[in-house]
Design a protein around this ligand. Sequence first.
Ligand code: FAD
Length: 680
Amino acid sequence: MLVEREPALLARASLRNQARVHNGYHYPRSLLTALRSRLNYGRFLDEYGDCVDRSFPHYYAIARGVSKVTFAQFTEFCRRIGAPLVSAPSAVKRLFDSSRVDAVFEVQECAFDADRLRARVDRELRDAGVGVALETEAVRLRTASTGGPMTVVTRGQGGEREIGAGLVLNCTYSRLNRLLADSNAPIIPAKHELTEMALVEPPRELAGAAVTVMDGPFFSLMPYPSRGLFTLSHVRYTPHASWQEHPGAPSVDAEARLATRESRFTHMVRDAQRYLPAMSGSRYVDSLWEVKTVMPRSEQDDSRPILLQQSTTHPSCYTVLGAKIDSVYDVEEALAETLGLAAPAARHIAQSAPRGVASLRGNESLISIVAPLATDATPAAVEAFVDETVAMLRRTVTHYEIILVDDGAPAETTDRVRALLARHDFVRFLRLSRHFGEETAITAGLDVAIGDYVIVMLPNMDPPALIPEFFERVRSDADIVYGVRLHRKSEPLWYRAGARAFYWYINSVVGAGIPEDSTQFRCMSRQVVNAISQIRGPDQYLRLLTSYIGFRKQALPYAPINRTGQPTVRPKADAAHLARALIIDHTTHPLRLVLRLGMIAAAINVIWVATGPGAAGQTIGSALGLFLLTMMIGTTGEYVGALARRMRDRPAYYVREEHTSSVLLREERKNVVDATRDGS
Ligand SMILES: Cc1cc2nc3c(=O)[nH]c(=O)nc-3n(C[C@H](O)[C@H](O)[C@H](O)COP(=O)(O)OP(=O)(O)OC[C@H]3O[C@@H](n4cnc5c(N)ncnc54)[C@H](O)[C@@H]3O)c2cc1C
């Protein structure tokens, strides 16, 4: 029996939405949701092909600078989920403002027609003999203290009625807690938004195309087939109000909020036309208003799992919170599993007794490990590092990837890495075209990492056993947690002395604020990685960039290991280049220093000549002057050279090959959770 309070089925959120049949592109920050969308997309098109509109081209543009995903990350992400991506035709690209948009792609994504879906569902329910009571509200659930079947109290045109039920599915979307609260059942933490999507006639220049700008406070223009119009939505302006529902929070009358509304079309279109000037030609027709309900956990990573939760007070009642139209397939499988049915029989669940929801599926965050492999990376050390890291990651999260960046590692090491690709899932191997140096190799890894959290590690010295601690600290109260070595035992004396002098100069004189003895070992949130990836220069120095970008930081002291038994030092040339580049890039202090020295020397020289030091003294004075002059010219030359390097603006590195051990996520992983907040 299906009970619906509206006069028709699919008259609420399933009608008043963006009508996008998601094919994964929309979720670069939640790989699991993206991958499930990819899987469900094909199935939805097979089964409901007559209810979708595939006639329009769809373009995804990646915003420059402020996007949460960069052009390179988006490309890599689509490759990983196997989503087709081609560059948009030049005529389309020209429509965008190139100073605000990095790239424009043509993608495969279509729109559903809610009216046609309703007609299909009506017919299918009738054929299956399912009773449908329209304009009937489920007001309360009752479970006898002795157990047994439940009673659902409904209210319709004929007044209140009681219906006995072996199983109740509470699929009331934004009103999910109304039924639970009125049944004295604990409510489910949820976030609601009062949303507006403007219905518009699109600009002529777009010739009926859909446009989505990623990934942040941008807009989407999508066909809305059931009205022959387009929806214009904007991440910043579509939500008019939001509120949380959790135990103790004041209750909000969402229906009343829907009644007070004033369109924000002007804001939406003004912002949209900054990226796509032709948007100024869109004509407002109407607005779709709806309460959108998401789980609080989706706030951070933009994931859209579907919720399936058993009530503790009414065990025969399950709440299902939909996330997207086609995620119904995810819950179909999860329900079948929960009720102990074979998946195809899930359509006949009404006669079955519930058995308890499958346990919560671990932590859904994805961790990327970025590890550069330098010239001193030995096969045994890399193998041990990968084995230990995989073991630690498996204990920590469900989803992860290890990105090994070959920065001139010996041939036997790269051969061993190929063997590791065959042995472990989720290992990626990025081979740079030559040895660019540790910092550039890390930059290359960060550019392609797709994790919600990224951990940088040097295989030779960073212990994988600390991964959980780094990760937990970033998840709880920091944006960056960086390692600080407790000792430098495996470094020769000259290197330690050099490091001391470097830290003294860069911190005490220059004031760069690089924590002394900090290492590359660090865990960063996606926000931090994106901030760092936006900074481009010939010499990227992670520790300096980390200090520059701000965010909340925490130090984690640890004892480095030494897998190779060799001194853990950068090659001398790399170390000297880095120290020089850092000092020159960061400050003009050396220029000022030689200028002062020159002035002091000149003054001494004048006094000396005036007091008549003799021919030998004059020669010494001239030699000293020449030496200082050379120093000044040399130092100035360094700055001019640094400037020239920046002006050349060429790529910091080139990738020779890339290998991946397997698809990142297995198909059988389900995008279903049994709590709306981690741990609740
Ligand atoms: C602004 C917006 C944009 C979106 N864009 C997309 C998109 O592009 N693509 C996508 O796939 N998804 C999108 N979604 C999400 C999608 O709309 C929802 O995930 C989906 O519609 C949820 O389906 P549902 O059946 O759970 O909810 P609904 O379709 O809202 O169905 C719930 C039904 O329960 C009824 N009801 C409530 N309480 C009771 C009661 N006590 N008794 C009887 N009946 C009751 C309601 O009347 C309603 O008909 C969007 C949502 C919003 C709000």
